[in-house]
Write a protein that binds this ligand. Structure first.
Ligand SMILES: Nc1nc2c(ncn2[C@@H]2O[C@H](COP(=O)(O)OP(=O)(O)OP(=O)(O)O)[C@@H](O)[C@H]2O)c(=O)[nH]1
Length: 434
């Protein structure tokens, strides 16, 4: 499985787990009193806590998605409660149910696709206006023309597409399909945990609606799980923002600091730095410089020997090898240095970027015109008599300085001078146009 695929599965995993737990709880039934009471209050609790959390961090879009799911829950719960208490539905039960089946996926998709504006108040007013306008129009129609509206909602428009398993009105399936396609396109264009959660949440709502009246607690459980998915995705994104470097996708400095606190007695730290990067930026521009940093990161990420790559900052990276000795790490560091050196970067406009790895490889092998390569220097140190990781990083930094002085494009270990170094090739001008 490619790293990209694993990364994308990671976007869906928390939501899928929550969905699976919800489906299990709803279908198995037999929940004890504690869980029944919990699911009776959970949607309201999640709206209050989640809504406050989202608004505090200016996540209006997610706050409104919580509100849309809650409104759907509220309307249906009123109907389901009456049905269970009296053994018969309210007079407007069918109308309300079909209305929610149609409007829930549509409003959910509209709020999910609606990007946040920078102006908080404007955004809140606009989103509230849409909800109020749609609510007012349909509430008015339901009051004045209940029968006509019910017929309009429940008439079969496409005979050929009608199937026995369909328990919602055709319009509702069309609304879910439209919402699903739009949210899928949004995810494919901008793969993020939140966009994945929107999709899985929609699937949860589709499963829930036909079971509103005949599966006890299906409504409460699934609405709670969808609201939880949204909140977990917001937290997931906050984590990625704090711990991942946006440009390279590697864990960032904060993630490194966190990991350094939990290291055992033996470890190796390497500092890697792109050679002559300032000159590279000046010659090819900052955008190409960014491409180079992504390329270097993609190679460092593959380092063997149990190492993990982090972006330390700027054009500097850290490779951490927990539980390893210097001798064990040196071959892996040199392999990664060679991998960066041997990987040509095709200079191209944004429009010519490859859509996938295969296309990228083809483009790279399809001619050397306009391609450049970069080299990195690496300084490495292991924990021995040094007291803490700060000392090991300092020692690795000193070794990096030695590697730079030794002509760059080489690996130097702390305490090692020019002779006997792990050094395949040194070049004073490693930024070579091919
Ligand atoms: N494109 C781009 N450039 C960056 C980024 N972060 C830092 N830089 C540039 O990296 C360059 C670092 O240059 P220096 O520290 O002088 O070192 P160098 O040119 O790499 O030379 P040596 O390390 O001695 O081989 C500066 O020009 C920074 O502007 C970034 O995120 N993107």
């Amino acid at each position: 499985m490619s790293r990209l695929a694993a990364f994308r599965i990671g976007h869906f995993l928390p939501s899928l787990l929550l969905l699976a737990a919800g489906l299990l709880a709803a279908t198995l039934g037999g929940l004890n009193e504690f869980f029944v009471s919990l699911f009776n209050v959970l949607p309201t609790l999640l709206l209050l806590l989640g809504g406050a959390f989202c608004l505090a961090y200016s996540r209006q879009r997610e706050a409104f998605l919580l509100l849309v799911v809650y409104l759907g829950y509220f309307v249906l719960d009123t109907q389901a409660d009456y049905y269970r208490a009296h053994g018969k539905p309210l007079a407007d039960a069918a109308l309300m149910f079909h209305l929610v089946s149609l409007l829930l996926p549509l409003l959910y998709a509209v709020q999910g696709l609606w990007q946040e504006r920078s102006h908080l108040v404007q955004d809140l007013v606009a989103r509230s206006a849409v909800l109020l306008a749609v609510g007012a129009v349909f509430a008015g129609l339901a009051q004045r023309y209940p029968q006509a509206l019910l017929e309009w909602l429940s008439s079969t428009r496409w005979e050929l597409l009608q199937a026995g398993w369909m328990s919602l009105v055709q319009l509702a399936y069309a609304a879910f399909l439209l919402a699903g396609v739009a949210l899928l396109v949004q995810y494919l264009r901008r793969p993020r945990p939140l966009h994945a959660a929107f999709l899985v949440g929609l699937a949860g709502l589709l499963w829930m609606l036909p079971r509103t009246f005949n599966v006890p607690l299906a409504l409460n459980i699934l609405c709670s799980q969808v609201m939880l998915m949204l909140m977990v995705a917001v937290a997931h994104e906050a984590y990625l923002m704090a711990f991942r470097d946006e440009l390279t996708g590697l864990p960032g400095r904060r993630a490194l600091n966190e990991r350094l606190q939990r290291l055992g007695r033996n470890y190796v730290i390497a500092m890697a730095d792109v050679d002559h990067f300032k000159q590279f930026n000046d010659t090819h521009g900052h955008d190409v410089g960014d491409q180079v940093l992504r390329l270097v990161a993609s190679q460092l990420r593959k380092v063997g020997g149990g190492g993990t790559a982090y972006r330390y900052g700027g054009e500097e990276f850290t490779l951490l090898f927990p539980g390893k000795s210097l001798e064990e790490c040196l071959p892996h560091l040199d392999a990664v240095r060679q991998a960066v050196e041997g990987y040509p970067l095709q200079l191209r406009d944004k429009g010519q970027r490859p859509r996938n790895d295969r296309q990228g490889r083809q483009q790279r092998s399809g001619g050397k015109r306009g391609s450049v390569s970069v080299t990195i220097s690496i300084g490495v140190a292991e924990r021995r008599q040094e007291k803490g990781f700060e000392d090991v990083i300092r020692a690795a930094d000193k070794a990096l300085y030695t590697a730079k002085s030794a002509g760059r494009n080489c690996v130097r270990a702390h305490g090692q001078q020019r002779s006997g170094a792990v050094r395949e090739r040194a070049s004073e001008a490693p930024v070579s146009a091919r």
